[in-house]
Design a protein around this ligand. Structure first.
Ligand SMILES: NC(=O)c1ccc[n+]([C@@H]2O[C@H](COP(=O)([O-])OP(=O)(O)OC[C@H]3O[C@@H](n4cnc5c(N)ncnc54)[C@H](O)[C@@H]3O)[C@@H](O)[C@H]2O)c1
Length: 68
């Protein structure tokens, strides 16, 4: 995602709402890829936690899930 690359998110903390959904899960993955730490917020807390668990597996990238 061009805007993520251009903004320089390395080391920054980003809060993504609706992050268990189609668009914002993709945005979350892109933010992590560019070095951000991401707070994953969604009404569907269980789905957000599953998403974070999936993200944590392949590498040391981190996300934290919360229900909001
Ligand atoms: N997917 C597309 O191609 C597309 C294209 C244009 C516009 N949109 C719009 O973008 C938005 C997101 O699309 P999507 O495909 O990711 O939808 P989605 O349904 O896959 O995901 C939306 C997520 O937001 C969460 N959510 C809803 N209300 C919330 C709240 N108050 N606080 C926290 N989380 C909340 C839901 O639980 C869900 O996980 C929608 O409004 C959609 O209409 C989507």
């Amino acid at each position: 995602m061009k805007i993520v690359k251009d903004k320089g998110v390395e080391g920054k903390v980003c809060v993504v709402t609706g992050a268990a959904g189609v668009l914002c899960s993709s945005m979350t993955e892109d933010l992590l890829k560019h070095g951000a730490k991401v707070a994953v917020l969604d009404l569907r807390g269980d789905v957000a936690k599953q998403f974070c668990a999936k993200l944590a597996r392949p590498s040391s990238r981190s996300g934290s899930a919360s229900t909001c």
